[in-house]
Write a protein that binds this ligand. Sequence first.
Ligand code: MG
Length: 271
Amino acid sequence: MKNTTLRSLLVAGAFVGGIVAGAAAEKAPPIGYTDTPFLPGGQWRVHDLNRPRPQAVQSGPFQTEAPPADAIVLFDGKDLAHWVSTKTGAPAPWKVVDGCLEVAPKKGDIVTKEKFGSFKLHLEWREPADITGTSQMRGNSGVFLMNRYEIQVLECFKNTTYADGMAGAIYGQTPPLVNPCRPPGEWQTYDITFEAPVFKEGKVAKPAYVTILFNGVLVQDHTEILGTTQHKKVAAYEPHDAELPLKLQDHNNPVRFRNIWIQPLKTPAVP
Ligand code: MG
């Protein structure tokens, strides 16, 4: 509890610091917006500056999870055989460093060769210990489910940004329930259970849902996904195939990943 209180104070301090830094340096990225459209429900705007940031909580010690026998291992620390460049389809231009998959800044996003509908996904990610930057320019990457629904990856232990852009958020839509982010340099886990959307006659018959454990802590509880990820706009669905690749984002920060595996699930039928 004491630790949590200290974390809260640190985050509060960073918030004030962010405003001061923002005023002093014009190029500092914004920590939220007040002029974006409202999300459904009308309470909060997309990337709302004033939407409450989730409370910092300390997770338990790091625990990895070995892939079950029926999982498809998408990265085992050795090569990028399962991945290609999103833009060109050429071999993935990211690096394998010390058994980790490292974002190659400005080389572009990568996607899996395989396509998936609903699934359970496990992956581990880590920010550089000597990380710099603020808000969305601090360790930004992302896991795009079906190549379009982003679960945000961001340094959020000592960072202030808009709530729907924090690690564990459905970017631009729903903040994590709490913030269990570990310090830069430490490994973090995402366990993501995703229900693919279903389309009928060009319309959404059933939206997508996602449940996420972040460092073992529940941060999304069967949360409805509103549509394809957008920046500063309200997400909306576009009909798409029943199975699509998984994407990892190059946001110009050298985030590392490891132990990535996926278990395809049968998509629930439309009621
Ligand atoms: Mg991102």
